[in-house]
Design a protein around this ligand. Structure first.
Ligand code: 4AD
Ligand code: MG
Length: 433
């Protein structure tokens, strides 16, 4: 085989002359004179032609090349308007690296079949595009926080406390102990660390035993969380807004071809970059829902998916909804001084029907209030002593938020279901392959 291999993208950029490429057979068809192979690698696809005149002695091998065979090909590349990506390779030499049996995935397979064969479906151009965007999103989150002077910090995944409601905890068989769960959030182990590092973030898996079969819930998802000392409620919201703008900017800078392959109208993301987010209180949100949609929601009820969807349908940028009723939010949120019925919690609701992508708050500093709210939720404050110490030794105003990475990917990519924002989705019903 000839010289150095280059990617299909590089070969197309070169546009002429001799090239050597390698990858997998995406499509193949042929007659007894010509074989057409569309080769794919991680960068693109290209049409390749093998002429029997050049391969008469090995034609049976050429003829037997099937979808997903891995190969090396050398030859001359030239422009060809009829080829799918505008170029064609006239093959001079080929080598089969790994044969492929009959690949089970071809056209028009059911969603279930594709889910059962997820390990193979990952190779599809749709999944490849999503995975590239996913990689950009993770990098953008890191870059944003590092750029703002945050330290990366890690909480344990085995935890003996709940933070976001006990009903959604996964118990673990931990040497016969009864009170060990998978992390729902890093938060209770992150707050102690702001006394050391002040500004911290993580991207880590979180686990929720949600019994909901919706297009936005996973049982295992990647959670980007931050916690910051000395911050007030508004500053926490500002960090969330800047982070989302940064993620969207990075995806638009790096992944327009992938967004187009996913048939995502990426122009719909531009307002998020260019305009300030909409900020409103929960009480204002109820009024808007009543005025615009005649939806009568009793004050004190949490916003449901349908209500979030209606609300965001009015805007082309995310909505930051604040000051929710205390009783629908977690025990650690700061009670508002003027109205103790509401807390300094914020949900970021993404446009185009996507709903909550970030949940955050300022953190209550009053030890007795925290204990009382834990008791109201049926928790024993004694289990939380390590956490309560954060309020005993030099407490400072602080807060943070959590961003559901797959929810952001679903929105940015315009996906119908969150399951397509992660390589191997875990839901109530699916934990294999
Ligand atoms: O709103 P949540 O429950 O907030 C917390 O966990 C806080 N402790 C975060 C913090 O302040 N450090 O979850 C945060 C985000 C949600 O806004 C949502 O985007 C995502 O996590 N999320 C899920 N994503 C996918 N599947 C699920 N089942 C999710 N549950 C929450
Ligand atoms: Mg939430």
């Amino acid at each position: 085989m000839a010289n150095k291999f280059i990617s299909i993208k590089e070969a197309i950029e070169q546009g002429q002359g001799q090239v050597s490429i390698r990858g997998w057979v995406y499509r193949e068809r042929g007659s007894n004179k010509l074989k057409f192979i569309t080769l794919r690698d991680s960068t693109n696809v290209i049409q390749c032609v093998l002429d029997r005149g050049n391969f008469d002695s090995t034609w049976s091998e050429v003829d037997s090349i099937r979808m997903e065979t891995s190969m090396e090909l050398s030859g001359e590349i030239k422009k060809d308007e009829r080829a799918p990506t505008g170029y064609e390779l006239q093959v001079k030499e080929f080598k089969v690296v790994g044969k492929s049996e009959n690949f089970p995935i071809n056209k028009d397979q059911s969603v279930e079949f594709l889910a059962d064969n997820r390990h193979l479906w990952l190779r599809s151009r749709r999944m490849t595009s999503m995975l590239k965007i996913r990689s950009t999103v993770f990098a953008a989150i890191d870059e944003f926080f590092k750029g703002e002077g945050f330290y990366e910090y890690h909480s344990p995944i085995f935890q003996a406390v709940q933070c976001e409601g006990g009903s959604e905890l996964f118990s673990v068989n931990y040497f016969d102990k009864k009170d060990v769960f998978l992390a729902q959030t890093w938060q209770l182990y992150a707050e102690p660390a702001i006394f050391a590092l002040e500004k911290i973030y993580t991207i880590s898996p979180s686990f929720r035993a949600e019994k909901s079969k919706t297009s936005r819930h996973l049982t295992e998802y990647w959670h980007a969380e931050m916690e910051v000392a000395w911050a007030n409620f508004e500053e926490i919201q500002n960090y969330g807004e800047r982070l989302l703008k940064h993620i969207v900017k990075k995806v638009l800078d790096n992944n327009k071809p992938e967004l187009e392959l996913l048939e995502r109208d990426w122009k719909k993301l531009l307002p998020t970059l260019e305009k300030p987010f909409i900020r409103m209180t929960y009480t204002e949100a109820l009024k808007i829902l009543k005025d615009k949609f005649e939806m009568d929601i009793e004050w004190g009820k949490d916003l449901r998916t349908i209500e979030e969807e209606k609300l965001v349908s009015l805007y082309d940028v995310p909505v930051i909804c604040t000051y929710y009723p205390k009783k629908v939010k977690a025990f650690y949120m700061t009670e508002d001084q003027e109205n103790p019925e509401v807390v300094q919690g914020c949900d970021f609701l993404a446009p185009e029907g996507n709903g909550e992508i970030i949940g955050g708050s300022h953190r209550e500093h009053d030890l007795e209030k925290i204990k009382a709210r834990l008791r109201e939720q049926g928790e024993d404050p004694a289990q939380y002593e390590f956490y309560l110490d954060t309020r005993r030794y030099g407490s400072v105003p602080h807060g943070g938020f959590g961003l559901g990475v797959e929810r952001v990917i679903k929105w940015v990519c315009g996906l119908d279901n969150i399951k397509d924002a992660i390589p191997f989705p875990r839901t109530m019903e699916r934990y294999k392959p």
